[in-house]
Design a protein around this ligand. Structure first.
Ligand SMILES: [Zn+2]
Length: 98
């Protein structure tokens, strides 16, 4: 028997005790009840600065033959572009590799 909150459960799974309601509806109802019990948020709106990544300059490798693209970590770019797992050819450098 599967557990109620196993990874295989979909949010559309029907709860055994409430066979007419999907699990997502039951979870939303419980979260809504908790939110009502908690009341209004006691602080002003949180302002968390989001770090923006520049994706244009990020080093990537692209296969000329199949178009497979892989982002590269800056820590590993000194090894050079990888070999395409499909075509076994050296991939091209794109973006900022230096
Ligand atoms: Zn390829």
């Amino acid at each position: 028997m599967r557990s109620y909150f196993s990874c295989q459960d979909s949010l559309l799974t029907l709860h055994p005790r409430h066979p007419r309601e999907p699990l997502a509806v039951i979870i939303f109802q419980k979260q809504f009840a908790i939110a009502l019990k908690l009341g209004a948020y006691p602080h002003s709106l949180l302002k968390v600065p989001a770090t923006t990544l520049s994706l244009r300059a990020r080093p990537r490798a692209v296969c000329k033959q199949c178009g497979f693209r892989v982002p590269m970590l800056k820590a590993w770019v000194h090894y050079g572009p990888p070999v395409c797992p499909m075509d076994q050819v050296l991939m091209e450098k794109h973006g900022e590799w230096d």
